[in-house]
Design a protein around this ligand. Sequence first.
Ligand code: ADP
Ligand code: MG
Length: 182
Amino acid sequence: MEAPHHEAPAVTLKITVNSPEQMGELGRRLAKLLRPGDLVMLTGELGAGKTTLTRGLGEGLGVRGAVTSPTFVIARVHPPLGEGPALVHVDAYRLGGGLDEMEDLDLDVSLPESVIVVEWGDGKVEELSDDRLRVVIDRAVGGTADDASRGAADGTADEVRDVTITGLGARWADADLASLGA
Ligand code: ADP
Ligand code: MG
Protein backbone atom coordinates (compact mmCIF):
# COMPACT_ATOMS: atom_id res chain seq x y z
CA MET A 1 0.00 0.00 0.00
CA GLU A 2 1.28 3.42 -0.89
CA ALA A 3 2.11 5.70 2.03
CA PRO A 4 0.42 9.11 2.22
CA HIS A 5 2.57 11.79 0.66
CA HIS A 6 2.14 14.49 3.27
CA GLU A 7 3.40 12.86 6.43
CA ALA A 8 3.97 9.14 6.73
CA PRO A 9 4.02 7.80 10.28
CA ALA A 10 7.59 7.02 11.25
CA VAL A 11 6.71 4.00 13.35
CA THR A 12 3.56 2.44 14.70
CA LEU A 13 3.09 -0.12 17.45
CA LYS A 14 -0.21 -1.72 18.39
CA ILE A 15 -0.43 -3.47 21.71
CA THR A 16 -3.09 -4.89 23.99
CA VAL A 17 -3.14 -3.71 27.59
CA ASN A 18 -5.15 -5.93 29.92
CA SER A 19 -5.27 -4.01 33.20
CA PRO A 20 -4.56 -0.64 34.85
CA GLU A 21 -1.33 -2.14 36.21
CA GLN A 22 -0.18 -2.99 32.69
CA MET A 23 -1.08 0.53 31.56
CA GLY A 24 1.15 1.91 34.32
CA GLU A 25 3.92 -0.42 33.21
CA LEU A 26 3.55 0.84 29.63
CA GLY A 27 3.98 4.37 30.97
CA ARG A 28 7.13 3.41 32.86
CA ARG A 29 8.59 1.83 29.72
CA LEU A 30 7.62 4.82 27.65
CA ALA A 31 9.45 7.10 30.08
CA LYS A 32 12.72 5.39 29.14
CA LEU A 33 12.29 6.50 25.51
CA LEU A 34 11.45 10.11 26.29
CA ARG A 35 13.79 13.08 26.13
CA PRO A 36 13.45 16.74 27.05
CA GLY A 37 11.24 18.55 24.55
CA ASP A 38 9.20 15.49 23.62
CA LEU A 39 5.46 15.84 23.09
CA VAL A 40 3.15 12.92 23.83
CA MET A 41 -0.49 13.20 22.78
CA LEU A 42 -2.96 10.88 24.49
CA THR A 43 -6.29 10.30 22.79
CA GLY A 44 -9.14 8.24 24.16
CA GLU A 45 -12.56 8.64 25.71
CA LEU A 46 -13.11 9.46 29.37
CA GLY A 47 -11.95 6.50 31.43
CA ALA A 48 -9.82 5.05 28.64
CA GLY A 49 -6.71 5.21 30.80
CA LYS A 50 -4.88 8.35 29.69
CA THR A 51 -4.19 9.55 33.21
CA THR A 52 -3.26 6.02 34.34
CA LEU A 53 -0.66 5.89 31.56
CA THR A 54 0.62 9.34 32.50
CA ARG A 55 0.96 8.25 36.15
CA GLY A 56 3.29 5.40 35.09
CA LEU A 57 5.17 7.82 32.89
CA GLY A 58 5.67 10.17 35.83
CA GLU A 59 6.96 7.27 37.94
CA GLY A 60 9.34 6.27 35.16
CA LEU A 61 10.63 9.82 34.74
CA GLY A 62 11.00 10.23 38.49
CA VAL A 63 9.04 13.42 38.98
CA ARG A 64 7.55 15.04 42.05
CA GLY A 65 3.85 15.01 42.89
CA ALA A 66 1.01 12.61 42.22
CA VAL A 67 -0.15 12.50 38.64
CA THR A 68 -3.91 12.89 38.76
CA SER A 69 -6.54 13.97 36.29
CA PRO A 70 -5.89 17.61 35.40
CA THR A 71 -9.61 18.20 34.87
CA PHE A 72 -9.80 21.26 37.08
CA VAL A 73 -6.56 22.80 35.97
CA ILE A 74 -5.30 23.20 32.42
CA ALA A 75 -1.80 22.02 33.14
CA ARG A 76 0.23 20.73 36.04
CA VAL A 77 4.02 20.81 36.26
CA HIS A 78 5.79 17.92 37.98
CA PRO A 79 9.41 18.92 38.61
CA PRO A 80 12.11 16.25 38.36
CA LEU A 81 13.33 14.64 41.58
CA GLY A 82 16.70 13.93 39.97
CA GLU A 83 18.43 14.79 36.72
CA GLY A 84 15.62 14.15 34.26
CA PRO A 85 13.12 16.47 32.59
CA ALA A 86 10.02 17.88 34.26
CA LEU A 87 6.66 16.44 33.29
CA VAL A 88 4.07 18.93 32.09
CA HIS A 89 0.65 17.27 32.16
CA VAL A 90 -1.91 19.16 30.10
CA ASP A 91 -5.66 18.78 29.73
CA ALA A 92 -6.19 20.15 26.23
CA TYR A 93 -9.94 19.68 26.55
CA ARG A 94 -9.88 22.87 28.58
CA LEU A 95 -7.26 24.45 26.37
CA GLY A 96 -9.66 25.94 23.86
CA GLY A 97 -7.24 28.15 22.01
CA GLY A 98 -4.41 25.72 21.37
CA LEU A 99 -0.80 26.76 21.33
CA ASP A 100 -1.22 30.46 22.07
CA GLU A 101 -3.10 29.71 25.25
CA MET A 102 -0.50 27.13 26.24
CA GLU A 103 2.23 29.78 26.05
CA ASP A 104 0.02 32.18 27.99
CA LEU A 105 -0.24 29.73 30.87
CA ASP A 106 2.99 31.05 32.33
CA LEU A 107 3.90 27.61 33.63
CA ASP A 108 7.23 28.64 35.11
CA VAL A 109 8.95 25.79 33.30
CA SER A 110 10.94 25.55 30.10
CA LEU A 111 8.80 23.56 27.65
CA PRO A 112 11.81 22.57 25.46
CA GLU A 113 13.41 21.09 28.59
CA SER A 114 10.28 19.23 29.68
CA VAL A 115 8.31 16.21 28.58
CA ILE A 116 4.83 17.43 27.67
CA VAL A 117 1.92 15.01 27.90
CA VAL A 118 -1.41 16.21 26.58
CA GLU A 119 -4.74 14.48 27.18
CA TRP A 120 -7.48 15.06 24.59
CA GLY A 121 -4.94 16.77 22.39
CA ASP A 122 -6.31 16.00 18.96
CA GLY A 123 -6.60 18.99 16.71
CA LYS A 124 -5.36 21.44 19.30
CA VAL A 125 -1.71 21.01 20.08
CA GLU A 126 -0.20 19.57 16.93
CA GLU A 127 1.52 22.84 16.20
CA LEU A 128 3.47 22.59 19.44
CA SER A 129 5.81 20.26 17.62
CA ASP A 130 6.13 18.49 14.26
CA ASP A 131 7.67 15.65 16.20
CA ARG A 132 5.18 13.96 18.43
CA LEU A 133 4.23 10.60 19.84
CA ARG A 134 0.55 9.89 19.36
CA VAL A 135 -1.02 7.35 21.71
CA VAL A 136 -4.60 6.27 20.99
CA ILE A 137 -6.31 4.21 23.69
CA ASP A 138 -9.44 2.32 22.68
CA ARG A 139 -11.62 0.32 25.02
CA ALA A 140 -12.35 -3.17 23.82
CA VAL A 141 -15.69 -3.05 25.67
CA GLY A 142 -18.65 -4.75 24.04
CA GLY A 143 -16.22 -6.30 21.66
CA THR A 144 -15.95 -9.73 20.22
CA ALA A 145 -15.74 -13.06 22.01
CA ASP A 146 -12.05 -12.82 21.29
CA ASP A 147 -11.85 -9.64 23.38
CA ALA A 148 -13.65 -11.42 26.21
CA SER A 149 -11.29 -14.37 26.18
CA ARG A 150 -8.25 -12.11 26.02
CA GLY A 151 -9.55 -10.30 29.09
CA ALA A 152 -10.34 -13.44 31.02
CA ALA A 153 -6.72 -14.53 30.87
CA ASP A 154 -5.54 -11.44 32.75
CA GLY A 155 -7.95 -9.05 34.40
CA THR A 156 -11.51 -8.68 33.12
CA ALA A 157 -12.81 -8.01 29.64
CA ASP A 158 -13.75 -4.41 30.41
CA GLU A 159 -10.16 -3.70 31.39
CA VAL A 160 -8.83 -4.57 27.95
CA ARG A 161 -7.48 -1.65 25.95
CA ASP A 162 -6.09 -1.52 22.45
CA VAL A 163 -3.25 0.97 22.39
CA THR A 164 -1.86 2.36 19.14
CA ILE A 165 1.38 4.30 19.41
CA THR A 166 2.60 6.29 16.43
CA GLY A 167 5.81 8.27 16.27
CA LEU A 168 5.58 11.25 13.94
CA GLY A 169 8.49 13.25 12.62
CA ALA A 170 12.25 12.78 12.47
CA ARG A 171 12.53 12.51 16.25
CA TRP A 172 10.72 9.18 16.21
CA ALA A 173 12.00 7.77 12.93
CA ASP A 174 14.56 5.51 14.60
CA ALA A 175 12.88 5.12 17.97
CA ASP A 176 12.68 1.64 19.44
CA LEU A 177 8.92 1.51 19.95
CA ALA A 178 9.08 -2.28 19.94
CA SER A 179 10.67 -2.06 23.41
CA LEU A 180 7.30 -0.85 24.71
CA GLY A 181 5.59 -4.10 23.89
CA ALA A 182 8.27 -6.41 25.23
P1 ADP B 1 -8.75 8.95 31.37
O1 ADP B 1 -7.63 9.83 31.85
O2 ADP B 1 -8.53 8.42 29.99
O3 ADP B 1 -10.10 9.59 31.52
P2 ADP B 1 -8.15 7.41 33.74
O4 ADP B 1 -6.79 6.86 33.59
O5 ADP B 1 -8.35 8.59 34.61
O6 ADP B 1 -8.78 7.63 32.29
O7 ADP B 1 -9.11 6.27 34.29
C1 ADP B 1 -9.13 4.98 33.77
C2 ADP B 1 -9.99 4.12 34.68
O8 ADP B 1 -10.20 2.85 34.07
C3 ADP B 1 -9.32 3.86 36.03
O9 ADP B 1 -10.30 3.78 37.02
C4 ADP B 1 -8.65 2.51 35.80
O10 ADP B 1 -8.52 1.77 37.01
C5 ADP B 1 -9.65 1.84 34.87
N1 ADP B 1 -9.03 0.87 33.97
C6 ADP B 1 -9.50 -0.37 33.74
N2 ADP B 1 -8.74 -1.02 32.88
C7 ADP B 1 -7.74 -0.18 32.52
C8 ADP B 1 -6.64 -0.31 31.65
N3 ADP B 1 -6.38 -1.42 30.94
N4 ADP B 1 -5.82 0.76 31.52
C9 ADP B 1 -6.07 1.88 32.21
N5 ADP B 1 -7.08 2.06 33.06
C10 ADP B 1 -7.94 1.04 33.21
MG1 MG C 1 -7.61 11.82 32.40
